[in-house]
Design a protein around this ligand. Structure first.
Ligand code: ZN
Length: 341
């Protein structure tokens, strides 16, 4: 939410300074508004509301605009108790799905953990990020944000993903749901099909967008809180010779997997044991030391750890099934499976 105006009421309540609002709102696109009147006396409140409505009905600024009780573009608040007039612009919400075709692009900007994003440690160039301050030069968020900023002339673009994949994991198929919050947009109606095509044309081989449309504020929570099972493709490597037959009895079966927080994320997350499930859908031989598998797994299941076993923190694991130590060499999300609501 962006505040355009917040000042003491200068004239007697209810003060609707139409010429000032004209200056604030005439140059931006908006079609709906709400007027909130805060008044201690309920009888007075009705009178004030009527007076304000009459003033507005006469004003060319509000001609053709609609009052909206939910998700207005502009919110005008007259607060008698606090003696304040506030004008706010509500953010515009965009929803869509993204695919990520590179193993070098993060979902969002990743600051370097070693130098905490300063680029330097102990007075020298940080050895981890080499002074870049970030761990990956590109992210889905940073690649797509400028297109929305330019199209909607907004101040800020906030990115919300339905979970995230590791940097080196590609996000394929129908993509991962995301939402954007565009703060203080001057433009609110953009032909989304052409915007999506323009983004896809310039980000070929990096990021692709699907189903981009204008949403409502509650979409952000429903997207970030949704649980999705996922289908994966992985290349599994072992220094020993892999015999595929060992997987025969597990194929196509939903198998419970108990996972403890992986070693690699231990520092960031609380240690916890979580029940998951995995269905091994396909397994094919690439060469003596490598197989390609397809898995369907529960939301939040760590796939790299399911493959390696993560020193006993994933039980069972693919390594256990094959009877030899294995690692995940390549991982792709093939599909984010939408669960029925
Ligand atoms: Zn660094």
């Amino acid at each position: 939410m962006s505040t355009l105006l917040h000042r003491p009421l200068s004239t007697s309540f209810p003060d609707i300074p139409l010429s000032e609002l004209e200056g604030l709102l005439a140059s931006r696109e908006w079609s709906t508004y709400s007027i909130g009147i805060r008044c201690r006396d309920p009888l007075q409140k009705d009178l004030f509301s009527k007076a304000v409505r009459v003033r507005i009905a006469d004003s060319p600024l509000f001609r053709g605009k609609m009052i909206a009780f939910e998700h207005p573009d502009i919110e005008i608040i007259l607060d008698e108790g606090a003696g304040q007039l506030t004008v706010q612009v509500l953010p515009l919400i965009i929803t869509g799905r993204y695919t990520k075709l590179s193993r070098f692009i993060a979902q969002t900007r990743h600051y370097c953990y070693a130098c905490k994003g300063s680029g330097r440690t102990q007075g020298r160039e940080c050895p981890v990020c080499h002074g870049d301050k970030v761990l990956t030069k590109e992210s889905v968020q940073e690649l797509i944000a400028p297109f929305f900023r330019d199209a909607f002339h907004c101040d800020e673009v906030l990115f919300h993903g339905a979970g995230r994949e590791d940097v080196d994991v590609r996000m394929l198929g129908n993509g991962r749901p995301f939402a954007l919050t565009l703060e203080n947009p001057l433009v609110r109606s953009v032909e989304m099909g052409s915007l999506q095509s323009a983004i896809n044309d310039s980000l070929v081989g990096k990021v692709g967008l699907l189903d981009v449309r204008i949403g409502i504020p509650s979409d952000v929570a429903s997207i970030t809180r949704a649980y999705h099972t996922k289908r994966y493709r992985a290349v599994v490597f072992s220094e020993e010779i892999i015999s595929l037959e060992k997987l025969d009895s597990f194929r196509g079966q939903k198998i419970d997997v108990l996972q403890t927080t992986p070693v690699r994320v231990e520092k960031r997350r609380v240690m916890k044991e979580r029940p998951h499930w995995v269905i091994l859908e396909k397994a094919t031989k690439m060469d003596e030391h490598r197989i390609e598998i397809e898995l369907h797994a529960s939301a939040g299941c760590y796939i790299k750890e399911f493959i390696s076993g993560d020193a006993g923190r994933s039980l069972p694991s693919l390594s256990e099934w094959l009877g030899i130590p294995c690692v995940c060499q390549e991982l792709d999300v093939l599909e984010i499976v939408d669960l029925p609501q």
